[in-house]
Design a protein around this ligand. Sequence first.
Ligand SMILES: Cc1ncc(COP(=O)(O)O)c(C=O)c1O
Length: 376
Amino acid sequence: MTPIYQTATYVQTALGDHKGYEYARTQNPTRTALQDALAAIENGKFALSFSSGIAATDAVLKLLNPGDEVITANDMYGGTYRLFTKIFEKYGLKFHFIDLRDTNNLKNHINDKTKLIWMETPTNPMMNIIDIAGTAKILKEHKILLCVDNTFASPYLQNPLDHGADIVLHSATKYLGGHSDVVHGCLIMNDPALKEKLEFIQNSCGAVPGPQDCFLVLRGLKTLHVRMQRHSENGAKIARWLKNNPAVGEVHYCGFEDHPGHDIAKKQMRDFGGMISFTLHNDSMEAAQKVLETTKLFSLAESLGGVESLIGHPATMTHASIPREERIKNGLADSLIRLSVGIEDVDDLIADLDNAIGKADETASKKEPGRKVVSA
Ligand SMILES: Cc1ncc(COP(=O)(O)O)c(C=O)c1O
């Protein structure tokens, strides 16, 4: 096993003669082993590890200069939105939040100040799909970087560099680590000049991970393929079960044939993963809260991608930093529930949801006499 090099500095043989490692903000052998593995599984030449997914995002944004413009999808992790609007707008970057499901929308916003396109696919939490190759094709005639946050899919399901992205980002806190025991981020790329610039930012700004965290992510990677198989299998069964449940409203899952992005998802993904979001037939905050507080196997918590199933409420948890009007405009209802389907026995998970959704529906029907209980 790769040792955890719990080392801040490295003894040098002579002045100007070191053994490849000088100081651990710049390099650490455990981190090097992880970075090599991350590059390999994303079909990239280089990878850089960071202390969190947000630290990796921060490094990409620092490639830009005041006055530069970024076009980004209007559906994304709330913390990324917060970093863009509350930190980087202050330093003179301009962000356009647009619907990237139709890649043609890009053409109306690209100008000579556009330097970066930012996207998640599938998006968090609406499970929208964006065409990576289609976007890269439009950018070909411009000098604009395409960065894809691949956290929801993981490299097992999707490799954005193969579809023309310049940078892939992961919150490795999620599927790569896989056990909800580490916060970590990474960037993967092919261009040596880009790697050099990002490495300079990484070393200069210092948001580097500790060696123990690198070890944990490295260990997580060893089971990524088996975990993702089970996440996807369980995800598909639960999504179908939710869709057939009359107490459930809309189910957002890109594995459904009638999902608007399904054909593109099939083109760029190998399977559809374990992330699902849904609303209830009784689309009230109260009913959603009842579900969120009743499940037992699905723990109420932020985050995703661990072996344990999690249930969350984007409007007040992961996406609380997005103004309500913005959220609602982009389809993120107050009552939306997000599931990170784990690798437990799927029948146990369905029984857990059945109980919670049934209870929420019963409560609602008591408040509205005459209303028919629609629990499955
Ligand atoms: C899609 C996505 N990208 C980035 C991040 C940020 O990662 P981290 O929490 O590791 O900083 C998150 C966190 O939830 C996420 O869901």
